[in-house]
Design a protein around this ligand. Structure first.
Ligand code: C5P
Length: 243
């Protein structure tokens, strides 16, 4: 294949110019990073697993009418996606106390939350993605009030879908992050789920044993990350070996 123009390289993925206008090719790397890339490693096969898992989740969302950027998987490590204007927010939904929420509020990891909690972080690696409120988002013009209503609705629909899919295979969805982008159909603007949904961006615990099956395995040196992701893929019937 002809060499494609690289549009953007992030910590775990590369975006290339797509074959048609309005499309991009999203390439999944094996690089694992944590704590804003202070901890780094290469995990063989992680990119292949995340490409398949993100395809699985995004396809499921598309099928239930939650719009995403995913068009189709191209090969083991690449998928064709719709290009969009990323809103500079990381949108986190939490069902169970863990990670930075548990730390910030002194909650016990694993404590149930009274209802799903949605948080917003400003996407800026130099600033370590600081948490922001809707006041900041409105004042700095990162998203309109309509965007925020749509983002909340998308985030909760993704939570319902993912929670259901995961619990059906004995996995508790503790929390996850999504990114959202704008697309334009003529003058009409709408928001779609972008980036990836994978064990890199979710906390997934075995519902019986509490075993961690997500990037915390890498963050906290709890074992082999590819084995954990393979277990998630196996339970969901997403088998990377059949490519
Ligand atoms: O670290 P924290 O508890 O705030 O993370 C909440 C959720 O968002 C976790 O599932 C984590 O994997 C995800 N996340 C992410 N990318 C970030 C920050 C958090 O995918 N930059």
């Amino acid at each position: 294949m002809a060499r494609r123009k690289k549009i953007y390289e992030g910590k775990a993925k590369i975006l290339y110019e797509g074959p048609e206008p309005g499309t991009l090719v999203q390439y999944f790397k094996d690089d694992a990073t944590a704590f804003n890339a202070q901890k780094k490693d290469v995990v063989d096969g992680k990119g292949v697993l995340n490409n398949r898992l993100s395809e699985f989740f995004m396809t499921g969302l598309n099928n239930i009418g939650v719009p995403t950027h995913f068009i189709r998987r191209l090969n083991m490590r690449e998928q064709l996606v719709r290009s969009c204007e990323i809103i500079p927010l990381e949108i986190v939904v939490r069902n169970v106390a863990a990670g930075s929420l548990a730390q910030r509020l002194g909650l016990e990891e694993g404590a149930a939350l009274p209802r799903p909690i949605v948080e917003y972080y400003y996407k800026d690696d130099k600033l370590n993605d600081p948490m922001v409120t809707e006041e900041h988002i409105a004042a700095f013009g990162w998203a309109s009030q309509q965007d925020m209503d749509d983002i909340l609705s998308l985030a909760l629909r993704v939570n319902d879908f993912l929670s259901g899919v995961m619990i059906a295979v004995g996995i508790k969805l503790v929390d996850f992050k999504i990114e959202v982008g704008r697309v334009y159909d003529g003058d009409y603007q709408r928001l779609i789920v972008a980036d990836e949904i994978s064990p890199d961006s979710c906390r997934l615990w075995d519902a019986e044993t509490g075993q961690k099956l997500d990037k915390d395995v890498f963050r906290r040196d709890l074992g082999n990350l590819a084995d954990a992701y393979t277990e998630v893929a196996r339970r969901l019937g997403v088998m990377p070996k059949n490519s």
